[in-house]
Design a protein around this ligand. Structure first.
Ligand SMILES: Nc1nc2c(c(=O)[nH]1)N[C@H]1C(S)=C(S)[C@@H](COP(=O)(O)O)O[C@H]1N2
Ligand SMILES: [Mo]
Length: 263
């Protein structure tokens, strides 16, 4: 299997970034034994895999790594505390310019047309319909300054604004007892998250960046921002959201990245 090299746009030391990512992932876990356990399991199945480049085309190795990754999903879900918050930062700490990243270069950023845009909401929801951007903007919004960590070796602080995703899910009558929320993006990226993270108070259906409508490179017209999850779990250019009990996987996750990908 040919794997894309996940681009590293900035020169931040990889070990420092991984250490920071491990800290993010271990931050909420108080007993030292649990922290050690999580860090050990991440070393095996999570962060060491996340570069996406060390995996060979040996299917036995891949199968083993997938098993370890799924084990870590379960361990991390078990350790996840929906009431603990990720750190927030003062606006003076915002990283300028904020880095761009995707599985392609910045010259290939998808241009989504605002007038024609409709967000599709399907699956286990009472109100399956399409939303215009104006309708999304009419819902109560909130701003949040948080740190984004990309496993490729950089992290940056940014300010995102939007609708708390829990409010949106309740508004569409989502079955919040379902296991997964899946996302399909305009650039054919896709990912999925666990329901407790979808309902986390800091998970934002994001319409703005730094007080302006979300620019194309950061995911216009809409992205999901979760400060409790690593960068690749935060889908940009979302076109469709679906609630399901069937594991939907993800673009990087299907290539061996850890599915839970957060804390
Ligand atoms: N639609 C889409 N979403 C995506 C990606 C992508 O390639 N396509 N890349 C992910 C990765 S790996 C990162 S680090 C962040 C980068 O977001 P940024 O451009 O706002 O920094 O977007 C995530 N969401
Ligand atoms: Mo990333």
């Amino acid at each position: 299997m040919k794997l894309f090299q996940h681009p590293a746009p900035h020169g931040m030391d990889r070990d420092a970034a991984l250490a920071e990512a491990r800290q993010l992932l271990a931050r909420r876990i108080d007993p030292p034994a649990r922290r050690a356990f999580l860090q050990r399991s991440l070393t095996l199945g999570g962060l060491s895999l996340l570069g996406g480049c060390s995996i060979t085309d040996n299917s036995g190795v891949e199968a083993a790594l997938t098993r370890i990754s799924r084990f870590n999903d379960a361990a991390q879900a078990w350790l996840f505390d929906p009431n603990r918050l990720a750190p927030t930062y003062p606006e003076s700490m915002i990283t300028r310019p904020f880095p761009f990243n995707a599985y392609y270069g910045e010259d290939e950023v998808r241009q989504v047309d605002e007038a024609g845009y409709r967000l599709e909401v399907t699956g286990l929801v009472a109100d399956r319909r399409r939303w215009t951007l104006a309708e999304l903007r009419a819902m109560p919004q909130r701003d949040q300054v948080t740190r984004h960590i990309c496993v490729e070796g950089w992290s940056a602080i940014g300010k995102w604004g939007g609708v708390p995703f829990a409010d949106f899910l309740r508004r569409v009558g989502a079955d919040t007892g379902a296991k997964y929320v899946g996302f399909k993006c305009a650039d054919d990226y896709y990912t999925s998250i666990d329901m407790p993270t979808a309902l986390h108070p800091q998970t934002l259906l994001t319409l703005s960046y730094d007080g302006q409508p979300l620019p194309p490179k950061y995911g216009f017209p809409m992205k999901l921002r979760m400060p409790t999850k690593l960068g690749y779990k935060n889908p940009k250019h979302i076109q469709a959201i679906f609630v399901t009990n069937t594991y939907p996987g993800g673009y990087w996750e299907d290539q061996g990245y850890n599915w839970f990908g957060g804390s």
